[in-house]
Design a protein around this ligand. Structure first.
Ligand code: NAD
Ligand code: UDP
Length: 356
């Protein structure tokens, strides 16, 4: 079955042939699921730097799914037709992109150029997963797409921030020079099931710490803010952007405008898990943005998109995922998730037994 979204190219042959780079990652694997469900033939390319086979294992026997272990910093060769490329390959967690900063810059720049060359060769559309990090530590709040940003070009985050900025520059040059159909999504903090336990980003860190009864590591004062978008909302937005008319190129912000402090998200996660973990304050990493919030009028007006999943609902789904993952690993033998039901305030204990 195929779904015809508004803005589809009427000449496009069905089913669509779609490449997802970074398709074994915490967002990319959901993109693969969603595209397969709507009838696409999906090729996932990933070097497993921060991705996991666990995320795509259920897809490996699907007749329309193919996994290729490959690094996008090397030229990408795909046999046959391609209609769409979602370019998500890149570590997104500061901890991981700073682990190999030169490699990260290369993934952003050389990797994106390899993707664009493939798109040229196949005459197909490309969607780039860009980031709110192109705004750096913003001096304008909230951030519209027209804001040119405030990035420290020589700091430890630059490998990612400047890498993604260079990737955007390349993409729009390919559009101008080769008339390539391009789409750029600027993604703000997104969370959900399939993040790694050691991903290092705030939501997964706090959930894992809360479930294990470990201290919740708040960096700095905890007064810095972010906005958290559930992964399903993001994927719906990316698909709408990909299938929008050719004139809609972006960049377009995707994020949940509900702004909250890091301390507040820590308390929210403690409440959702029923954990008795305490907050442990640690030094703030260099260049950590103080405030961040997307303006999403462009996504609303051009795509009819806005996030639908409330924070509580998204957190509960993510907590349930991590509870199962932790139960499946050796430590601890059982994970007890205690939560309050929304209406009556009753505490429910869910104990997930280890499978080992
Ligand atoms: P992730 O780390 O879970 O997934 C990234 C995937 O890319 C992983 O599977 C990894 O193995 C793969 N990868 C990394 N380098 C590669 C390379 N050189 N060749 C092939 N594969 C490679 O991150 P995510 O949260 O799923 O992010 C996906 C994309 O969205 C990234 O491009 C990221 O920059 C962008 N993004 C995400 C967020 C967010 O909050 N999730 C925010 C802004 C931008
Ligand atoms: N953070 C934190 N504790 C953690 C991980 C992150 O306090 O264990 C903070 C981090 O300093 C930042 C915010 O949470 O202010 C979001 O960090 P994350 O790495 O998730 O994303 P990004 O900084 O890229 O927005």
């Amino acid at each position: 079955m195929t779904m015809h979204l508004p803005g589809n190219d009427p000449k496009l042959s069905y089913p669509r042939h779609t490449l997802v780079t970074g398709g074994a990652g915490s967002s990319g694997s959901h993109v693969c699921d969603s595209l397969l469900q709507r009838g696409d033939r999906v090729i996932c390319v990933d070097n497993l730097f921060t991705g996991s086979m666990r995320n795509i294992r259920p897809l490996l026997n699907h007749p329309h799914f193919q996994f290729i272990e490959h690094d996008v910093r090397q030229p990408i060769r795909i046999d046959g037709a391609l209609d769409r490329i979602y370019n998500l390959a890149c570590p997104a967690s500061p901890q991981h992109y700073q682990r190999d900063p030169i490699g990260t810059m290369k993934t952003c720049v050389v990797g994106t150029m390899n993707v664009l060359e493939l798109a040229r060769q196949k005459s197909c559309r490309v969607l780039q997963a860009s980031t709110s990090e192109v705004y750096g530590d913003p001096e304008i709040h909230p951030q519209p797409e027209s804001y040119v940003g405030h990035v420290n070009a020589i700091g430890p985050r630059a490998c990612y921030d400047e890498g993604k900025r260079a990737a955007e520059a390349l993409i729009f040059d390919y559009q101008r020079v080769f008339d390539l159909q391009v789409k750029v999504a600027r993604i703000f903090n997104t969370y959900g099931p399939r993040m790694l336990e050691n991903d290092g980003r705030v939501v997964s860190n706090f959930i894992v710490q809360a479930l294990q009864g470990d201290p919740i590591t708040v960096y700095g004062s905890g007064k810095q803010t972010r906005c958290f978008c559930f992964v399903d909302d993001l994927i719906r937005g990316l698909e709408l952007l990909m299938e929008s008319p050719a004139s809609v190129t972006g960049p377009i912000n995707f994020g949940n405008p509900q702004e909250m402090s890091i301390e507040a998200i820590a308390h929210e996660i403690l409440a959702c898990t029923g954990s008795s973990s305490t907050l442990q304050f640690k030094p703030l990493p260099q260049d950590d943005p103080k405030r961040r919030k997307p303006l999403i009028e462009a996504a609303e007006q051009l795509l009819g998109w806005r996030p639908r999943i409330p924070l509580r609902t998204g957190l509960e789904a993510t907590i349930a995922y991590f509870a199962l993952q932790l139960a499946g690993s050796a430590k601890p033998e059982t994970v007890t998730l205690t939560r309050r039901t929304p209406k009556k305030g009753v505490r429910v204990r869910l104990t997930v037994a280890s499978q080992s």
